[in-house]
Design a protein around this ligand. Structure first.
Ligand code: SAH
Length: 462
């Protein structure tokens, strides 16, 4: 029998009934049972549920939803038949309206708890009119199950591949590409990768779609260079996928969970695809980061542009610029934009994208933002009127934030994919002369728990 923990009123495998009083930031229901906090994935605030305790920690635990005793009006039937077996989405059991409200609340909670920011305006989340089929990139593992080639997703917490015909958040072209490649591999006898023995060949199928252009790209990630019957494979993919403009192989022979390896070879067509956000064109190669929801990216960047309040006279620094997407979006309204990004290839793409759009007033520098920007400030006297940051989940390095404070831009536009680190960084800037005026959550990833925000900070007059 499971051991009882001191002061914990439940034990593992115990069946309990409790009310869900809140929603955790990964979308789980949260409730208290005799003053002990339990997270129940799949339950919704306002529901009363029966749940079986699965994990007991000192201050909180987890329980599995067994039965809904009282159902929330926010509950809906998840449209995807694989929802309960796939770990990709977390909120399909909530109405879209409820998802948007939940995401806004997650932001408010982080700002008040972590950032101690009580009076900031947090707008209602900007959602999609049609929150399906929004993703432009699909990466699916390939394997062999009972002699049959499967491609789909890993069952949560495992590396067991669940075969999939389609995914309702992906662009239909991606589903078509995955299914076509899967059939072609089977017919041509090209072996999938076997993770347990590190044998076999095809590890992942990656499909990318340009929403505005209709161009698609197929990437085969392989455990080795040589693909048997590769000419037949290419012919078949070209025949069966009318929108494909680029077929690429990426070689990854390492024993790793990282999808891409270091070598990329174009098998046929272009080295990448083109897409547009607004009227800015972007060339995207196999490994470059590009926002996965192009429709909402425009909404997000329009907000960044609005917050930047450019008149054409400003110098703008865009830290964590990727392939220059925000920089180029802002460049036409600014005097000068300087983008900084750590991945060298992304900087090459950014330069290429500036040329593609005839944009002459954007420069791109490779390096860590917290190294490059302090250097530009201290050694070359760089000043900015507006600083835009769009860091990864861990947020901004303090050294960069301090340089922003020293540089004294009028406005800081903070684009964030993680409300917790956003709140932490806003507090840092609040304590050093900036006021957070408004925060706009944007739903870039419907049906998942992820939430993106665009925030405006303005320098307080002293
Ligand atoms: N603004 C871009 C990319 C945002 S994603 C867009 O909207 O598309 C965050 C980017 O930060 C990634 O491209 C990542 O490579 C980069 N990055 C991560 N750590 C960094 C650091 N310390 N300095 C500069 N860039 C960094």
């Amino acid at each position: 029998m499971a051991k009882l923990m001191a002061n914990v009123p439940v034990q593992k495998n115990q069946l309990i009934e409790l009310d869900m009083t809140g929603q955790g930031h990964q979308g789980e229901g949260v409730g208290r049972y005799r003053d002990y906090t339990l997270f129940v994935p799949g339950a919704i605030a306002g529901e009363r549920v029966k749940a079986k305790v699965t994990k007991v920690n000192k201050n909180y635990g987890f329980a599995k939803l067994i039965e809904i005793v009282r159902q929330s009006e926010q509950r809906t039937e998840p449209p995807c038949p694989l929802y309960h077996r796939c770990g990709g989405c977390h909120l399909q059991h909530m109405t879209y309206e409820a998802q948007l409200a939940h995401k806004r609340q997650t932001v408010v909670d982080a700002l008040t708890r972590i950032g101690k920011l009580e009076d900031v305006t947090v707008h209602p989340t900007l959602g999609m009119d049609e929150p399906w089929r929004y993703r432009n990139k699909s990466q699916v593992p390939v394997g062999l199950v009972n002699g049959k080639i499967v491609a789909g997703f890993y069952a949560p917490g495992t590396h067991e591949i669940i075969d999939m015909e389609g995914c309702p958040i992906q662009h239909p072209y991606s589903d078509e590409i995955v299914n076509t490649v899967k059939r072609a591999l089977a017919d041509l006898g090209i072996p999938p990768y076997d993770e347990t023995g590190h044998k076999g060949l095809v590890r992942h199928i990656v499909a990318r779609v340009g929403y505005a252009t209709g161009e698609t790209m197929v990437v085969l990630v392989t455990n080795g260079r040589n693909i048997p019957r590769v000419d037949e494979l290419i012919r078949r993919l070209r025949n069966e996928i009318p929108h494909v403009v680029s077929i690429v192989q990426n070689v990854n022979t390492a024993v790793t969970n990282v999808i891409f390896g270091p070598h990329t070879i174009t098998l046929w067509g272009k080295d990448g695809i083109e897409d547009r956000i607004g009227d800015v064109r972007f060339f995207i190669s196999a490994r470059s980061f590009f926002q996965v929801n192009p429709i909402q990216t425009q909404v997000l960047y329009d907000k960044a542009l609005e917050y930047a309040q450019l008149t054409g006279r400003e110098t703008v620094v865009d830290a964590y610029c990727g392939i220059g997407t925000i920089s180029l979006f802002l460049a036409r309204r600014a005097k000068r934009v300087i983008g900084v990004e750590v991945v060298e290839e992304a900087i090459e793409d950014a330069q290429r994208n500036a040329e593609l759009n005839g944009i002459m007033n954007a420069e791109f520098l490779a390096g860590e933002a917290e190294q490059v920007i302090p250097q530009l400030y201290a050694e070359r006297g760089l000043r900015a009127d507006v600083v835009v940051v769009d860091p990864p989940r861990k947020g901004c390095d303090e050294k960069l934030l301090q340089t922003i404070v020293d540089m004294q831009p009028q406005r800081v536009v903070y684009v964030s994919c993680n409300p917790s680190t956003l709140a932490r960084d806003l507090r840092f800037l609040e304590d050093r002369g900036y006021e957070t005026q408004e925060v706009q959550p944007v739903d870039m990833f419907p049906h998942t728990f992820h939430v993106e925000c665009c925030s405006l900070l303005v320098r307080k007059e002293n």
